[in-house]
Design a protein around this ligand. Structure first.
Ligand SMILES: C[S@@+](CC[C@H](N)C(=O)[O-])C[C@H]1O[C@@H](n2cnc3c(N)ncnc32)[C@H](O)[C@@H]1O
Length: 332
């Protein structure tokens, strides 16, 4: 802009010592305010961490609003827990769980639950019962309610099963009548239903904490995942339809409607965190997910991989679909 059009306001200069005193007073006050505001926004638990996971590439859910990650999102701590988890995983009662969670998500589920310590876990999608067992191992004293229309699960003492003839869909259950307090609960969604639908339209009981297993990348998989809804940059790939319920339901959706859902999601979440894959795909050989759109892996050094993870069948690393921990500010 030409300077001739800029007329500076004429102010009498205040005395210099007044400016200095005001600045000295304001700086610490503003710093304290900023720190306490950020602390309030961070999750309850606090962990020392020497290597926080880097912000995700392409993870639009995380790109909007900081901080989105939970305080326990610390790669080094996760890495340190891997040897303990391996002993547990080797003792799993269901060795072949293809069709259900494999190594990456088994670790992610176990780790997240240990960090969050809910008193109640609702599992929607039990399959053979491996994740139910992992939930019990992570939280020995928790109340567990496991839901599945099929009746394939190996049962565990103390778990409340709503399977087979006792099945009722998550959306239709009277959770208050069951004595379930939303604040104490994490809902683990592994039922191939759209997590967006589950968390918003079907969340009558106002649950706020969710672990989402089928969190497929944009346009991938058989249901509209949270990650899918968050996508903003890959418009050119938009196909105009969304899938749900194992891909059986298809609905038209415009890009503008998609963006609206994304806005709702982004303004509703306090935390959104895609748990990292166990190890880089250069070592695991996995080809299922795209590292460009994923949280960086926990294990990146060959020596650690060779010592702890290389003995596992490579197919164990083929089940990563961005399992995430999502926490609503308040149920909407
Ligand atoms: C991928 S498997 C779950 C895997 C399991 N969590 C594990 O890895 O141990 C998906 C399960 O969802 C179940 N399912 C289908 N519709 C469902 C619904 N409406 N509510 C809950 N589960 C459902 C299927 O019967 C199937 O067992």
């Amino acid at each position: 802009m030409p300077t001739a059009f800029c007329r500076p306001l004429k102010l009498d200069n205040p005395p210099r010592h007044l400016i200095l005193i005001t600045t000295l007073l304001l700086v610490p006050v503003l710093t304290l305010l900023t720190l306490s505001f950020n602390a309030h926004r961070l999750n309850r638990l606090s962990f020392s961490c020497s290597s926080r996971t880097a912000p995700q590439h392409g993870g639009d859910c995380e790109a909007i609003g900081e901080p989105r990650r939970p305080s326990w999102a610390c790669t080094q701590n996760m890495k340190d827990a891997i040897p303990e988890f391996i002993s547990l995983y080797n003792s799993r009662p269901i060795q072949n769980n293809f069709g259900g969670v494999l190594f990456d998500h088994a670790f992610a589920l176990w780790y997240t639950l240990r960090m969050e310590q809910p008193k109640i876990v609702i599992e929607s999608g039990a399959f053979k019962g491996l994740t139910t067992w992992l939930i019990r191992e992570a939280l020995p004293a928790a109340r567990i309610i496991s839901i599945d229309p099929a009746n394939r699960a190996r049962t565990l003492r103390g778990v409340e099963y709503m399977t087979g003839n006792n099945f009722t869909d998550f959306a239709s259950i009277d959770w208050a009548a069951k004595g379930v307090n939303a604040q104490d609960t994490i809902v683990f969604l592994d039922d191939h239903q759209s997590a967006f639908r589950r968390i918003f339209a079907e969340n009558k009981h106002s649950f706020t904490r969710f672990i989402v297993e089928d969190n497929y990348d944009y346009l991938k998989g058989d249901n509209m995942s949270l990650k899918w809804v968050c996508e903003r940059s890959r418009k050119s790939l938009w196909q105009g339809t969304v899938r749900d319920n194992f891909g059986k339901n298809k609905t038209s959706q415009s890009w503008e409607q998609h963006l609206e859902l994304g806005e709702r999601l982004n303004s509703s979440f306090r935390t959104y965190y895609e748990f990292p894959p166990l190890a880089s795909s250069s070592m695991t050989g996995q080809t299922r997910y795209d590292e460009l759109h994923s949280t960086p892996a926990i294990v990146t050094d060959r020596a650690f991989f060779d010592k702890h993870l290389s003995r596992f069948d490579k197919r164990q690393f083929a089940g990563y679909t961005h399992l995430c921990f999502a926490e609503l500010l308040a149920a909407t």
